[in-house]
Design a protein. Structure first.
Length: 212
């Protein structure tokens, strides 16, 4: 099985070096995947990018498929960590929702979104592999639960219209988040991330009616 990515700075010097090497491999794999796609992602190229032998990669990741899954797991864990960090801040619901949108559209997370999109534009075989290893439905449910609780808080304290069904609010906000990778791939997003996410926040809170 592939190495699990553990917190940096833990364990012995040898273990820290192993973790650093795994991180370098994942960074190089992400770069190659986004540039060339899964099918053209070559272990030789990743090894060359890191400056190690191809055999060294296989010590950590027995197959390209396992490297791919590890990369997606890392992205998913990082996204969840960032979401929880924002939700737990002592800020208004509106500000926290705006921060979540801004975080989703920053360059690092647009890249992450594109990575996930890449995993679902491959063959059905790879979709099945991703679902099996990442349990994406569980992850999506967890994200939805955090956001639903935040939106409910906003409805209770008067920041969000309590007459709007909570499931409609949640679906709308999730749709805004899901566009983070799509706009760049279609070449439609020419705005800076902060401006783009700010416009989405305005749409969410005020709609499109002028003067409302």
């Amino acid at each position: 099985m592939a190495d699990e990515v553990t917190p940096k700075g833990s364990g012995s010097l040898k273990e820290r070096q192993r973790q650093e090497r795994v991180e370098l491999i994942l960074e190089a794999a992400e770069k190659t995947l986004l540039e060339k796609g899964y099918h053209e992602m070559a272990m030789e190229e990743i090894a060359s990018e890191v400056g190690i032998a191809k055999a060294t990669i296989y010590l950590h990741f027995p197959s390209k498929e396992e490297l791919f899954i590890a990369l997606l797991k890392r992205s998913l864990a990082s996204s969840m960590e960032e979401l929880v960090k924002i939700v737990d801040q002592p800020l208004s619901v509106r500000v926290r929702l705006e921060l979540i949108l801004r975080e989703a559209y920053c360059s690092k997370n647009k890249k992450r979104s594109q990575l996930f999109l890449a995993s679902f534009t491959s063959t059905n075989y790879h979709k099945e592999v991703v679902e099996k290893h990442l349990k994406l439905q569980d992850s999506m449910r967890q994200t939805s639960d955090y956001l639903a609780a935040l939106l409910e808080e906003g409805q209770k304290n008067g920041e969000i219209d309590a007459t709007i069904p909570s499931n409609l609010l949640l679906t709308t906000f999730l749709n805004f988040l899901s566009q983070a990778g799509h706009a760049d791939l279609r070449g439609q997003n020419q705005l800076p991330p902060e401006e783009y996410s700010g416009l989405l926040a305005r749409l969410f809170f005020h709609g499109v009616g002028k003067g409302l």
